[in-house]
Write a protein that binds this ligand. Sequence first.
Ligand SMILES: *[C@@H]1O[C@H](CO)[C@@H](O)[C@H](O)[C@H]1NC(C)=O
Ligand SMILES: *[C@@H]1O[C@H](CO)[C@@H](O)[C@H](O)[C@H]1NC(C)=O
Ligand SMILES: *[C@@H]1O[C@H](CO)[C@@H](O)[C@H](O)[C@H]1NC(C)=O
Ligand SMILES: *[C@@H]1O[C@H](CO)[C@@H](O)[C@H](O)[C@H]1NC(C)=O
Ligand SMILES: *[C@@H]1O[C@H](CO)[C@@H](O)[C@H](O)[C@H]1NC(C)=O
Ligand SMILES: *[C@@H]1O[C@H](CO)[C@@H](O)[C@H](O)[C@H]1NC(C)=O
Length: 404
Amino acid sequence: MGFHDSSSWLLLFLAWFLSYGCLLAADGATTVMVSNISKVEDAQNFHIYYGQTFKVIKNAMDGKSYLLIQSNSKMAARTKYCTSRIKSFIIPLSNYSVDTDFFPVSFFELLGLLGNMKGMTSNSVASGCVLKLFEEGQIDVINKTEPQQFAQFAAHFVSNKDQPESCNFAKFSPLDEETPLQRAEWIKFLGAFANLENRANQVYKMVKDNYLCLTKVATNKENRFKPIVAWMLYDNGKWSFTKEGYKLKFVVDAGGENIDGSMSKISYDVSNPDDLESLHAILCTVDVVIDETYVSDPVGYNQSTFLQNINVEDDSCFAFVTKQSLWRYDKRVQNLTTLDWFNSAISQPQLVLADLIEIFFPTGNYNTTFFRNIAKGEGIISIGATMCDRDSLIPLEPTVPTCG
Ligand SMILES: *[C@@H]1O[C@H](CO)[C@@H](O)[C@H](O)[C@H]1NC(C)=O
Ligand SMILES: *[C@@H]1O[C@H](CO)[C@@H](O)[C@H](O)[C@H]1NC(C)=O
Ligand SMILES: *[C@@H]1O[C@H](CO)[C@@H](O)[C@H](O)[C@H]1NC(C)=O
Ligand SMILES: *[C@@H]1O[C@H](CO)[C@@H](O)[C@H](O)[C@H]1NC(C)=O
Ligand SMILES: *[C@@H]1O[C@H](CO)[C@@H](O)[C@H](O)[C@H]1NC(C)=O
Ligand SMILES: *[C@@H]1O[C@H](CO)[C@@H](O)[C@H](O)[C@H]1NC(C)=O
């Protein structure tokens, strides 16, 4: 930690800021000279504060702060922090690496930052353009068991918890947010590291405007009864229904209704006849099932597999079978294991919403992006480098489904 005279004011500021930071929020500050700023509108778990030559990103979950220092400032040469609460980074980052474990690399594509991505922990990524850069030798795969190897990058982004906390590691946590839009707004977090606030704001606005518009359309589409929707998962002999807030929110925003909380609070053991009876009773009330069961071979998972797992002889009371609405979110998958659901679906929730609206109120003229209907035998789409049909170095435009 550098206690240079010229930077001790900064330390004082940071100490003050960590206690009263909210007073300095971008929208309230009058002395801020930076013209390109991101205001965090929806996300709960991070805040960005702006100074003249630096920014501070504060993570509300772990109380840690990242001090982002403009490379052309005097502070950049003199200041480096790496404490348990504050780390500094020189921005814009000249390069970075990514821990691919549940990391939505699509955020970097939307910002146009793939050119600076130089390392990753594996080639398990659901992005054609990242795979292409890897094949061209632009991105190296570095073994995670040697974390010191990541020191060569200006920043190493991780999204999984329980990671070593080296000085250049930055934690990216959209998955901890409660709603789809809150998760998508984390593009502003990454944008701040590259002085790409304008682009981040622009992408988030497009995503949010479209998402809200689609929500309004879905509300108007509601028939007399909303379809009842169950997200369910089979693991170790037991079925359980989702408790994840963003999934429940997606259903409501798409004009559906979640199964009752009293049904979803427990899990159902298929070897227990009473449990099985209750599970079948619940499923008789459900119109749409989203089967989230993890499988190592999505290609071989079909409706028969599902019916086998719910251990049912007679499926005649299941509306989702007779009306063919049994879905999985593993339509787009790389090397059979890495789902785009954990990538593009996070940065572009408007596409998930459009999928669900088509699922709940089928028109037949919209192809879903993330969901495949196993009741109709729909298969997977395999993501590979050849799918990258654009210049990977320029920003990816968000896909904006027709609304209204
Ligand atoms: C703000 O963003 C615009 C457009 O991206 C850019 O031209 C301008 O240089 C930026 N200004 C600053 C101070 O970063
Ligand atoms: C990574 O390193 C560990 C230990 O050095 C080794 O066991 C493992 O096989 C390596 N993984 C790859 C993919 O090279
Ligand atoms: C990454 O950028 C740093 C400067 O921030 C530089 O020293 C390093 O050589 C670069 N590494 C790679 C792999 O490009
Ligand atoms: C489902 O998959 C199993 C094996 O993976 C296969 O035997 C069966 O024929 C498939 N059923 C349908 C309806 O495709
Ligand atoms: C696909 O995954 C398997 C098993 O995880 C791995 O052995 C193989 O190298 C991967 N293939 C590619 C092309 O990455
Ligand atoms: C959906 O996909 C099929 C097969 O790729 C294609 O023929 C059809 O035109 C698509 N429909 C729409 C509405 O995009």
